[in-house]
Design a protein around this ligand. Structure first.
Ligand SMILES: Cc1cc2nc3c(=O)[nH]c(=O)nc-3n(C[C@H](O)[C@H](O)[C@H](O)COP(=O)(O)OP(=O)(O)OC[C@H]3O[C@@H](n4cnc5c(N)ncnc54)[C@H](O)[C@@H]3O)c2cc1C
Length: 326
């Protein structure tokens, strides 16, 4: 439901103390698809207090609030988002020191000790991957080249090259119901590109906000880590389209090579709706060739899902999140 004008104006004024506020801000400016209609209110925050106060204030005004990172996993409706969107730009990080490696059966290569690193949620994944690699800390190199933030990655249990957030995250600091609390990573319900936070509604009580995460990284030669990271990035460059997208559209169904293969077998590579296209390079990507709308993209998602189900009896599940006012 649209915000009434008085609430919108009052809240916009109240939010000015917390960061830069914009009214009716096109979400196309803040998503990797370059698609999405206006958010009633849009706020950049780069301080922890600003983030906490903004969420608290929106809850007081009973306005739905959505915190985003880089908008690289989102398809936002052409009608936009009702309520407040907060872009988290908290990018601090620090080394917390050596710890005994956790006793986990899936922990590979740890020789007794790991290093704990605290990273704020708005930090770019690629940047923290590089910063930690330079220090000879291994565990985040898989995320180099993923255009999202740490918090967005945690919410999605982002992963690549056989590793996911769940493998390296120890705990998170979360703002929920006006309180900040530390939660063990295990409480997030990690599954394939999924946690309990993904897709959670933004209405009352506000969806919990990830303020920071603590990662446990292994000591290794910086050169080895960087060599691996370069190899991963090169693979990405060779196999993924360069046009605007939001990464993989669908999760890979169990028992198949991948959703891209299934979609390609249905002859859908290159299929277009308006300026949206099922990529010629990788069929599990939809790209924006110019002025695609969310409706165009959704049309291609539905087409791919229907054709794959018709031919293989497989129900493709979205990896991307569809949000906003449809
Ligand atoms: C070219 C390309 C390649 C990609 N490759 C990969 C890949 O290899 N592996 C992979 O897993 N993904 C990949 N992605 C998808 C995407 O980049 C990741 O899922 C990324 O982690 C999303 O982070 P984000 O900051 O953009 O999150 P957003 O898209 O901004 O948000 C995603 C979700 O997280 C929530 N969120 C964000 N910040 C917070 C916070 N502080 N507190 C609470 N909730 C929050 C949002 O509300 C939303 O529900 C790719 C995308 C692109 C465009």
């Amino acid at each position: 439901m649209a915000l009434n004008l008085a609430t919108k104006q009052e809240l916009a004024v109240a939010l000015q103390a917390m960061g830069q506020v914009k009214v009716d801000e096109p979400m196309a400016r803040h998503t990797s698809y370059h698609i999405g209609g206006p958010a009633d209110l849009y706020l950049h925050v780069d301080s922890r207090q600003g983030l906490l106060d903004a969420v608290t204030r929106a809850v007081e005004y009973e306005v739905p609030v959505l915190v985003i990172g880089a908008g690289s996993n989102l398809l936002v409706s052409d009608r936009g988002i009702r309520g407040l969107v907060v872009e988290n730009r908290l990018r601090g990080w620090e080394r917390l020191g050596k710890r005994e490696a956790p006793a986990r059966s899936d922990w590979q290569g740890a020789e007794g000790f790991v290093e704990a690193v605290r990273v704020e949620g708005g930090m770019s994944l690629s940047r923290i991957a590089k910063l930690t690699a330079d220090l000879g800390l291994s565990g985040l190199e898989w995320s180099a080249g993923i255009p999202g933030t740490v918090a967005g990655g945690i919410v999605n249990n982002a992963g690549a090259h056989g590793t996911t957030m769940a493998d390296v995250l120890e705990s998170v600091l979360v703002l929920a119901d006006g309180q900040i609390e530390t939660m063990p990573a295990s409480a997030l319900g990690f599954a394939y590109r999924q946690t309990i936070l993904k897709g959670m509604k933004t209405t009352k009580p506000a969806k919990p906000v990830i303020v920071e995460g603590v990662f446990l990284l292994q000591y290794q030669m910086a050169e080895e880590i960087k060599e691996r990271m370069n190899r991963y990035q090169e693979r990405r460059r060779c196999t993924q389209p360069q046009l605007p997208s939001a990464g993989s559209v669908f999760k890979n169904p169990p028992g198949y090579v991948g959703s891209g293969w299934l979609i390609e077998q249905c002859g859908l590579k290159g299929e277009q709706r308006g300026d949206a296209q099922i990529s010629e390079v990788h069929a599990n990507f939809i790209v924006n060739c110019g002025h695609a709308t969310a409706r165009d993209v959704r049309g291609l998602m539905d087409l791919a899902r229907d054709r794959v189900f018709g031919r293989f009896g497989v129900s493709l599940e979205l990896e991307q999140e569809i949000i906003g006012d449809w």
